[in-house]
Write a protein that binds this ligand. Sequence first.
Ligand SMILES: [Zn+2]
Length: 557
Amino acid sequence: MSYLVLARKWRPKSFDEVVGQDHVVKALVNSLNSQRLHHAWLFSGIRGVGKTSLARILAKSLNCERGITSKPCGTCSSCRGIDSGGSLDYLELDAASNRGVEEMSNLLSQANYTPVIGRFKVFLVDEVHMLTNHAFNSILKTLEEPPDHVKFIFATTDLHKIPITVLSRCLCFNLRKMSDNYLIKQLSVILSNERISFDESSLVMIARLAKGSMRDALSLTDQAISYGDGVISIVALREMFGMVDSAKVIHLLQSILLNDVKSLIDIADNVIDSGFSYETFLSDLAILLSRVAIIQHFSDSEINDIDLISFKDNISPDLTQLLYAVVTHSSQELAQSPDQYSGFLMICFRLLSLASQFSNNNFINESLPKLNNSEIYNSTKQELSISSNKNIFVNEQKNDLVLLKKAAEINIVEDKDSKKLDKKNIDFDLVSFSNNDWLELVPKLSLHGFVLELARQSEFVKVFENNFTIRVSIPTLASHENKLRLQTVLSEYFDMTIKLDILVGATGDKTAHARSQAQQLYKKKQLEQIVDDDPFVKEVVATLDGDVLIDSISELD
Ligand SMILES: [Zn+2]
């Protein structure tokens, strides 16, 4: 026996079998039962949600030999004719390939004949929005004064392209997109019936790919069955669609949030080995972040993935947004990178750097470390990597402390945060305003969130009269809202109208953010040197033939 594709085999043949469109079915059944029949119906909705199936069931209901009914028999010659496509009283026209007035005239000329065996001539015009204006006009004449024996059913995926004159003469129904949960439930019923074994997570993936379309879900399932030789498994599906194991993407996000550079490098090393592209990996990371955002903003969402729920409580919604924006923007950089590996790694470092800044500002909840992290956390390596990312020359040799100190220019930014100056107490001269003034100014402004990040990550370019220009390297921070907010705060501070221009481009080590990172690193190196030089420590190390654990050095409160 030849194999019948699932979408055809499981196409609903009666209103009882229609799934997920209860609101439409109920209205149609009621009007059929009470014999109040309209002469034109319009079904709208995305592809594969059952518009054509409903049209055929409706046609059978109108023409069943047992009378107008909401339960067509399915066995009379009229019902069978409609199901098999051989009915002379039911005509389907695909407007996508028959757009013109001529095709429409041919169809409408059929309306002049009385039905052959049924009660009505039923016309289905699929993708009706594709018709030309002339074709719409010709159909309109018949719609305005329809013969008693003619019924129209229109189906469309784009309701907004249909002229209001046509819409106003139809009974319109919007068919719903199917939810993921609904698709999964339906697929598991069908597969159990077909005696095909499957794992739950593969259905989740199919539902996600089908984007609300039952027909797409079924045809993907068909492909999966033939690919997996009669069995559906998540591993085979990933191979088939070239998708990244979601656990790997989750691990990537965890590593970013945990500042785990070693894991990041391991992941980057393994991407190619596992047969995926860096591009796919980044786009999956963006999808993961968008799913985290959904559950952060909408607690009733259908997403019940345990990993996602753990992220929900461990990243602030602001950081989720920022990471998403950086991932999507940075993905375009991949093509321009010297090679995909370094491009991917640099993007990951950027994300890590952003996440760590946010965590310094308590944007990441303190409970974060409870996320599973199998890798050993190596803070020294991490700091060095971040710093090299910021073009600050770093070397573990003691002699380079001088360089570090220069980079940090600690005297400039030290303890500025603790100063609470009256905003009217302006101590900057706009004529001689410099980048150092900018660094001194930023902590004095009442900023928070993204606007604070914008100020901290910007370097001063110039000021002319009341017109400030700054430069930032992260395009998303230069958003219109951030710019307006910073402009307002600057105007309040200087007690005059300030106009702000933001350039997007590479910044050096002259931003408040780069300075504070360099400062932290300098302090750490300074502490290490103090410990190293301490005679007592030297003696203990020598006597016990031991080593100083660098990471354990910290400043007393
Ligand atoms: Zn029948």
